[in-house]
Design a protein around this ligand. Structure first.
Ligand code: NAD
Length: 485
């Protein structure tokens, strides 16, 4: 039987179960989930085995969903409404397991609402095409039609940085297209995914359409990738694991949304206040843990001093600290190990590469406060690798060509933001930046949940996500034709 999440709301410590086709399943071993701010226990989840993953895929494979478009729409819209009606509880849960501040976790609930409402609306549209065949001298009186059919069983693996929204981006498009999903949320933030699963069952999702398996990737990772009944593996996470999945999956469809190292580029004509606002927000929202966070700021020399002054002033205003304090702007990163890595990268950029630390780098536990570093060398690990925290590293560049060269010099190619009003600059950026997205006067992360989104180079294979594109990935196009006298 399925109890709703609200029934469990009494205590802050949740002892959870797997959901195998809606059934709560226990295992011998368990994993702990802790609040990164003070390390207190937030919950425990089962440590599943490959056999349990196989059982979930067997059910998903055998079940052939027959929901009408109307039924799918009702389930998805109801889920969206339920999520918003439980915003406070859900936001607190996300904060407790991730250390993201309440402002960030509440924002995330709103984003998940968008994902489910878009999916609910988009599943009403039939995107089949029709082709007449009498178009050439050797044509015939026939018509060709296309329709989309579900793949059936989808394997979904999700990261920690948006415990709710990254899961929503896998589940909503899958159910909108009548697919079944076996979900493996990250072991770092599995509780929110279980909450979402219960919300979907409550909204009327046939339980066979969703199983949630928690555990260690070393135990169950391969089973999620190679199960012969999984028709597609959709993964969001690091480049390292993404490339492992690509190798392991063999002849199987995969969608990979991987890391980023996104620049915000500030040109000499830019309104520097506005640009500094975008730089600081883009680098620090969600504790800097967005694949599309601003991870490098490239500013032309001519305006760099005036720009840096503004960035510093804005960064100093941010309140970093207890994620559960409603006034906090920047909570912790995912764990102390990550915070220590970022601190070391900043120290190395200063000691070895001549950067200037202007603010921050005073880590306490998993709290890595907003950290402004100027004169960063593009070769420093701080900006060459993905620094997945609220660092604000500034690289000074000579001109647009230099900006594009530095921007394109890392292995990543996810997104970008540019601050300029000059059309010649804008068109050059759109043409020459090797990324999936160029946002003019916005942070690299700006999008709506249904617009195409995704990267190239090490950031992804070029297949896009966003509700509409994901619905395409999760379906096969079938072509059929008829005589048409
Ligand atoms: P991660 O790669 O460490 O983990 C992601 C998921 O993969 C987790 O569920 C984890 O348990 C699982 N996993 C780990 N090893 C595995 C294995 N061998 N086999 C199968 N599964 C395995 O990533 P993370 O640290 O949780 O997330 C942060 C990363 O995700 C960052 O690099 C960030 O940029 C990226 N990200 C990308 C996007 C995007 O859309 N491009 C969005 C959000 C996050």
């Amino acid at each position: 039987t399925i109890t709703s999440s609200s029934e469990r709301a009494g205590s802050d410590v949740r002892h959870e179960y797997l959901r195998i086709a809606g059934k709560k399943v226990e295992t011998k071993a368990r994993l702990e989930v802790r609040f990164p701010w003070d390390n207190r226990l937030v919950g425990t989840v089962p440590r599943a085995t490959p056999e349990l993953v196989a059982e979930a895929f067997q059910i998903a494979h055998d079940y052939k969903p027959k929901l009408t478009r109307y039924q799918r729409q009702q389930i998805l819209l109801k889920t969206a409404d339920l999520l918003v009606s439980r915003k406070e509880e859900l936001s607190r849960l996300i904060t407790l397991e991730s250390g993201l501040c309440l402002k960030d976790s509440a924002y995330e609930v709103g984003r998940a609402y968008d994902v489910f409402t878009f999916a609910g609306q988009l599943c009403m549209l039939d995107d089949g095409q029709t082709f007449s065949c009498d178009l050439t001298p050797h044509g015939k009186s026939r018509k060709i039609f296309t329709l989309r059919q579900p793949l059936n069983a989808i394997s979904a693996i999700t990261p920690f940085n948006h415990p709710l929204n990254m899961v929503a981006h896998k589940l909503a498009p899958a159910f909108a297209t009548n697919n079944c999903v076996v979900l493996k949320p990250t072991e770092l933030t599995p509780l929110t995914a279980l909450f979402l699963a219960d919300t979907l069952y409550e909204a009327g999702l046939p339980p066979e359409m969703l199983s949630v398996i928690t555990g260690n990737p070393s135990d169950i990772g391969d089973a999620m990738i190679v199960d012969p009944r999984a028709d597609l593996v959709t993964f969001t996470g690091s480049v390292r694991v993404g490339k492992y999945i690509a190798e392991k999956a063999g002849y199987k469809r995969i969608v990979l949304e991987l890391g980023g190292n996104d620049p915000l580029i500030v040109m000499e004509d830019a309104d520097l206040d506005k640009a500094a606002e975008l730089a600081v927000a883009g680098a620090t929202k969600n504790s800097g843990q967005r694949c599309t966070a601003v991870k490098r700021i490239l500013v032309v020399d001519k305006v760099a001093d005036a720009f840096v002054e503004r960035v510093l002033a804005k960064a100093k205003k941010l309140k970093a600290g207890d994620p559960l304090d409603p006034e906090t702007d920047v909570g912790t990163v995912i764990h102390e190990r990550a915070a220590t890595l970022f601190q070391n990268r900043v120290s190395e950029a200063v000691a070895k590469h001549g950067a200037k630390l202007l603010h921050g780098n005073d880590r306490q536990g998993a709290l890595f406060p907003p950290t402004v570093v100027d004169h960063v060398d593009p070769q420093a690990e701080l900006v060459r690798e993905e620094t997945f925290g609220p660092a604000i590293p500034i690289i000074r560049v000579k001109d647009i060509n230099h900006a594009i060269q530095v921007s394109n010099s890392t292995a990543y190619g996810l997104s970008s933001g540019v601050c300029t009003d000059r059309l010649d600059y804008i068109t050059k950026f759109v043409d020459e930046l090797q990324v999936g997205t160029v946002n003019v006067w916005e942070v690299p992360g700006y999008r709506i949940e249904m617009s195409p989104f995704g990267g190239i180079k090490d950031s992804g294979l070029g297949y896009k996500e966003g509700v509409l594109e994901a619905m395409k990935s999760f379906t096969n196009v079938k072509t059929w034709s008829l005589p048409w006298p």
